[in-house]
Design a binder for this molecule. Structure first.
Ligand SMILES: O=C(O)CCC(=O)C(=O)O
Length: 456
C-alpha cells in the first residue's frame, strides 16, 4: 500500500482581484514564487535578529524530538529572551555547551520552536507581526491578497532543524512566507477528512511518511499534496486544508491569516485561527450531546434512533450535494468522499467497537447456529440510500444466504479498489465469509438488531 502524492501547483501572482477570483473557484494550495518578499531575505541573519529583538521575551516549545505531538504533548513551553532562543535554535544538535555557554534544557538533541503569540495585555493574544515586532516589520512584504478588514493575524515562526508540526487544519485562509531555510509542507484536501483519524482539528497520525497500516489503514487513501518551500516562497493554504510542516533546516517564516468567510462566522475568542466556525462548532456539540443522550436510551431502540440521526445527517449531505439519487456511473470522486464522511459519522454513532467485535465474533464462529444467536446483521442502515449503490444481490436463488455489498466506486478508474466504504447485509442463518469483499478496512458492520428487515 503506497502513499499517494501530488505536487502543489505554482501560481503566478498578479493582483488581489485575480487571486481572489482564482481561489474562489479552485480552493487548493498554491505556491507563489514571483513576489519579492523584501529585504528580510538578505538581512535576517541570526546576528541581525538578535541585535534587533534580542532582549524580548518569547514563549517557545521545547521538545526532545523533532516530531512534535500536540495530542500527546511531547513538548514543554518555556519563556526565554529571544537572544537565547535564537542561539539555541540555530546552533541545535550541540553535544556540549556552545560558545554562548548554553547547556541543553531537556537533552542534547532538543529542538525549539517559536510560534509567536501577541503581546496584548488584555489577554487577546492574537499575533500581529507588524505590531509585535516593529523593529523588523518593514523588512518583510507580502502580496495584497485580501481586503484589509479581513486580516486576522500574522505569526512569526522560527524552528530548529528537524521540527515537525503535527497535521492540523485552520479555519481561515493563510499564506506561509518562507524567509530563511527550507521546509517540506504536506497538505491534505478537506474531503480526505474521513481518512485523517481526526481528534478535533488534529490528525492522530504522527508519522505521515510511514503511517502504521494496522492502526491507520485508511490514511493511505488520502492524497498528500507536497511542496518544499525555499526562501522567498509563499504558500497559500486554504482554510480546512490539513497541513503538516517539516523544517529541513533552521527555518524562519511568517504566516498571515485572513477571514475568508463572513466575520460573524468566527469565534471571537479564537486567537490561533483554529476554532471551528460557530455554526459548525455548535453542530458538533449537538452531535456529542446526541451521542450522550442516546446512551441513556434502552439498547433495543438505541440503534433505531442512532439510525434516525444518521438519516437526518444523510439528508443534509444530499441537500448539500443537490442530488437525490446518484447513479454509480455518475458518481464523482467528491461525492464518494462526502459519502464516506457520512459513513465515518455513522460508524462512530453506532458504537463502532461493539459493531466490530460482533463482526469478528461472527467470522470466528462460522456455524450458522452460533451466528444466529450472536449476530444479526444491521439491515436498515439508511446510508445505502445516500448514493445509488453498486450492489450485487445474491438472495433469490440461494436458499439461506443473502448478501448485498454496497460500494462507492471511484469514477476515475472504475475499480472497486477505491471503495470508500461498504456495508453488508447478511442473513443471520448463513455466516459465511462475505461473497465480495473489496474494501480493506471498512469493515463488515454487523449489529444486533431485528431480523425482519433483512428480507427486503
Ligand atoms: O511553518 C510552520 O512552522 C507551521 C505553519 C503552520 O502550521 C500553519 O501555517 O498553520
Amino acid at each position: 500500500m503506497g502513499i499517494k502524492t501530488q505536487p502543489v501547483d505554482i501560481y503566478e501572482y498578479s493582483s488581489k482581484d485575480n487571486f481572489q477570483a482564482y481561489i474562489a473557484v479552485h480552493r487548493k494550495p498554491l505556491i507563489i514564487r514571483n513576489f519579492d518578499i523584501g529585504e528580510c531575505l538578505q538581512i535576517w541573519s541570526t546576528d541581525y535578529l538578535i541585535e534587533k529583538l534580542g532582549k524580548m521575551d518569547v514563549k517557545v516549545h521545547i521538545s526532545p524530538v523533532g516530531r512534535m505531538n500536540f495530542l500527546h504533548k511531547n513538548f514543554t513551553y518555556k519563556t526565554m529572551p529571544f537572544e537565547e532562543f535564537l542561539s539555541r535554535t540555530s546552533g541545535n544538535n550541540r553535544k556540549k555547551p556552545d560558545k554562548s555557554g548554553l547547556r541543553p534544557i531537556l537533552c542534547d538533541n532538543e529542538v525549539l520552536y517559536l510560534r509567536a503569540i501577541g503581546f496584548d495585555r488584555r489577554g487577546r493574544n492574537v499575533a500581529n507581526f507588524k505590531h509585535d515586532f516593529p523593529q523588523v516589520a518593514n523588512d518583510l512584504n507580502y502580496p495584497d491578497m485580501f481586503d484589509e478588514n479581513k486580516f486576522f493575524s500574522s505569526v512569526l515562526r522560527i524552528a530548529s532543524p528537524g521540527v515537525q508540526i503535527w497535521t492540523h487544519y485552520d479555519v481561515m485562509d493563510n499564506i506561509l512566507i518562507q524567509v530563511s531555510g527550507t521546509k517540506r509542507v504536506v497538505l491534505f484536501n478537506p474531503n480526505d477528512a474521513p481518512y485523517m483519524y481526526l481528534n478535533g482539528d488534529k490528525s492522530e497520525v504522527m508519522n505521515i511518511d510511514n503511517p502504521d497500516a494496522t492502526l491507520y489503514p485508511d490514511f493511505y487513501r488520502a492524497v498528500q499534496h507536497l511542496c518544499e518551500l525555499q526562501p522567498g516562497d509563499i504558500l497559500y493554504i486554504p482554510a480546512f486544508w490539513f497541513h503538516n510542516v517539516l523544517c529541513n533546516t533552521f527555518s524562519i517564516g511568517v504566516n498571515v491569516f485572513w477571514k475568508h468567510l463572513d466575520n460573524e462566522m468566527y469565534d471571537k475568542h479564537d486567537v490561533y485561527g483554529n476554532k471551528d466556525i460557530i455554526p459548525a462548532a455548535k453542530a458538533l456539540d449537538h452531535i456529542g450531546k446526541a451521542r450522550n443522550l442516546l446512551k441513556t436510551v434502552p439498547k433495543e431502540c438505541r440503534f433505531f434512533y442512532l439510525h434516525r440521526c444518521i438519516a437526518d445527517l444523510k439528508k443534509a449531505i444530499d441537500e448539500t450535494l443537490n442530488v437525490e439519487t446518484v447513479q454509480v456511473s455518475m458518481l464523482s470522486e467528491e461525492i464518494a468522499k462526502n459519502s464516506s464522511m457520512l459513513a465515518e459519522t455513522a460508524i462512530s454513532l453506532i458504537n463502532y467497537e461493539e459493531a466490530v467485535q460482533t463482526s469478528s465474533s461472527c467470522k470466528e464462529t462460522p456455524k450458522a447456529k452460533d451466528c444466529e444467536e450472536e449476530t444479526v446483521p444491521r439491515s436498515d442502515f439508511n446510508l445505502e440510500k445516500s448514493v445509488t449503490l453498486n450492489g450485487t444481490e445474491n438472495n433469490a436463488n440461494t436458499s439461506n444466504s443473502y448478501q448485498e455489498t454496497f460500494g462507492i466506486v471511484n469514477n476515475k478508474n472504475g475499480t472497486s479498489d477505491n471503495l470508500n466504504f461498504y456495508l453488508e447485509k447478511k442473513n443471520a442463518v448463513d455466516c459465511k465469509e462475505p461473497i465480495a469483499s473489496t474494501s480493506k478496512n471498512h469493515d463488515n458492520i454487523y449489529l444486533k438488531g431485528d431480523e425482519e428487515n433483512i428480507q427486503e
